[in-house]
Design a protein around this ligand. Structure first.
Ligand code: ADP
Ligand code: G6P
Length: 475
């Protein structure tokens, strides 16, 4: 098997295998911010490899190449999907790490499958990494992988980046097997987080639950028997987007025309307000719709002049909380449209599907206001994509203070999405903001994102990884 100097391991590959009605396989971009960010990083790496799941149950496809990346599919069968992916990852860890917005579900039988699936990813990564190479593990689905790789390959550098929040120790302590999870993460040389509060929460959990010695950012992991003590660093690296790729799209005349066409198709409203989210309860879509419905009921928004476009990508559709959310959102949208839509036009244009980058950029270019109302979010790349898609330096970003992006995008209209009155007044303020004020805020937002793109994020992480931890075992 060929080996690689840099290997990324994530639950998903950057592409999902979709079986067409004629039995042929089509590869489509996988959902979510992790893939958006890491795909552009890995395209720029010579002979980089990516280990992950191809999105369907059953046997893994053979390794293959796409866009210069070497992809190594890992198999997940029906039980793995139920217990590792939908169960422990998305019904236990996801809600617990997002402030228990819905109740985490704890099932003892899910843990064993989480362990065995993590071992499969670790083993595949260990097999394709060059002597003395680097393995970069991503996200909450794979928290045991760093330690598992270390026991197979003590010669490699191991980094871990958590794309979602790390909860305060008071919440993290609920997690059955919490100490095993911390020990899994401490197999890395460097553990990276989105926000400073996440890094501090992690260090606190390690201190309180494992009783480890910590000096500022560095945890000492005691040695056992012949194994020497090691050092692990925890640091903050706010993730970003590929600003150059977005700029190329906004320079494209066809996409300008598409943005204008979208406005016409929506009935040429004066204002377009946009929400773009995976259909996830962390995104605050219910709160947003509640505020929007009330603004229409109050008569302060005229649905003939202002339309809300809500793009809601299908997500984790077999997990109960996601099914319920979809039902509620679709009921609410139907009710609001029934009460308020002008004949032949929606009050809310609801789109439950994926779009390509060109269409997404056209939507951002057409939107006068973007609402990011997450109740908790690791970063939220939509917020960053919107500001970089506005070289005309117009448009208003309403941004939840509970999204990681709020630490950097201070010039946005920051809101507490739990406060529906505040959400309503921020939306109205955004809709009536004078052009000069929009220009001033957007200038500052754009500068922040353009100066901190995803390539500089990856460079910072990988440079720190070379210096972090203890010297690796000799090859
Ligand atoms: P998360 O990772 O939780 O899904 P982010 O906001 O960080 O949230 O990232 C979402 C990514 O998915 C963004 O790059 C966004 O453009 C993309 N995206 C969201 N909805 C769609 C959609 N319907 N079609 C295509 N891409 C989408
Ligand atoms: C978020 C997570 C990713 C995940 C993505 C899509 O971005 O941080 O790890 O891949 O959502 O979710 P899914 O369950 O479809 O992979």
């Amino acid at each position: 098997m060929p080996t690689h100097d840099l290997v990324v391991v994530a639950n998903r590959l950057p592409v999902d295998a979709k079986t067409l009605p004629d039995g042929a396989t089509e590869w489509v971009t996988s959902p979510g911010g992790l893939v958006t960010a890491m795909e552009s990083v890995m395209r720029g790496v010579d002979s980089g490899a990516w280990v992950g799941w191809a999105g369907s149950p059953g046997e893994a496809p053979e390794p293959f190449e796409a866009d210069g990346m070497h992809l190594y599919p890992v198999a997940l069968d029906g039980t793995d999907i139920e217990k590792y992916y939908e169960g422990f990852s998305n019904a236990t860890l996801w809600p617990l790490y997002h402030d228990v917005i819905v109740d985490p579900v704890y099932h003892r039988t899910w843990w064993d499958t989480y362990v065995s699936a993590n071992r499969r990813f670790a083993h595949e990564a260990a097999a394709v990494t060059a002597p003395g190479g680097t393995i970069w593990v991503h996200d909450y689905q794979l928290q045991l992988v760093p330690e598992m790789i270390r026991s197979e390959r003590p010669d490699v550098r191991i980094g871990f980046f958590n794309h979602i929040p790390f909860p305060p120790v008071e919440l993290f302590s609920q997690l059955p097997k919490r100490n095993q999870v911390l020990r899994g993460l401490l197999g890395a040389d460097l553990v990276g987080f989105q926000r400073e509060s996440d890094s501090l929460n992690f260090l606190n959990a390690v201190r309180q639950l494992l009783g480890s010695h910590i000096d500022q950012r560095t945890v000492t992991v005691p040695g056992i028997g012949a194994v020497e003590p090691r050092e692990v660093t925890a640091q903050t690296f706010p993730i970003s987007i590929d600003t150059e790729a977005v700029a190329e799209l906004t320079d494209d005349q066809d996409i300008h025309e598409r943005a204008a066409q979208l406005r016409r198709e929506l009935g040429s409203p004066k204002k377009i307000v946009l929400g773009v989210d995976r259909l996830d309860y962390t995104k605050g879509i219910r709160h947003r719709l509640k505020a929007w419905g009330e603004l229409l009921n109050d008569g302060v928004i005229d649905p003939r002049e202002t339309v809300l476009v809500q793009v809601a990508t299908p997500s984790r559709e077999r997990v109960d909380a996601y099914r319920q959310l979809r039902d509620e959102v679709e009921l609410t949208v139907g009710r609001i449209n029934g009460d308020h839509a002008p004949i032949g036009r929606p009050a809310i244009s609801y789109l439950h599907r994926s779009f390509d980058r060109k269409d997404m950029t056209a939507l951002y270019m057409a939107a006068d206001v973007v609402l990011v109302t997450a109740l908790r979010d690791g970063m939220n790349l939509v917020a960053k994509e919107y500001v970089v898609s506005r070289p005309d330096v117009q448009g208003v970003l309403v941004l939840s203070e509970f999204a990681g992006a709020a630490d950097e995008l201070r010039a946005a209209l920051l809101v507490n999405p739990h406060d529906i009155d505040e959400l309503k007044s921020a939306t109205l303020r955004a809709l009536t903001m004078p052009a000069e004020e929009q220009h001033e805020a957007m200038t500052s937002l754009r500068r922040q994102v353009l100066d901190h793109d995803v390539q500089s994020w990856a460079r910072a992480f990988l440079e720190e990884l070379q210096n972090a931890g203890s010297p690796a075992a000799p090859v």
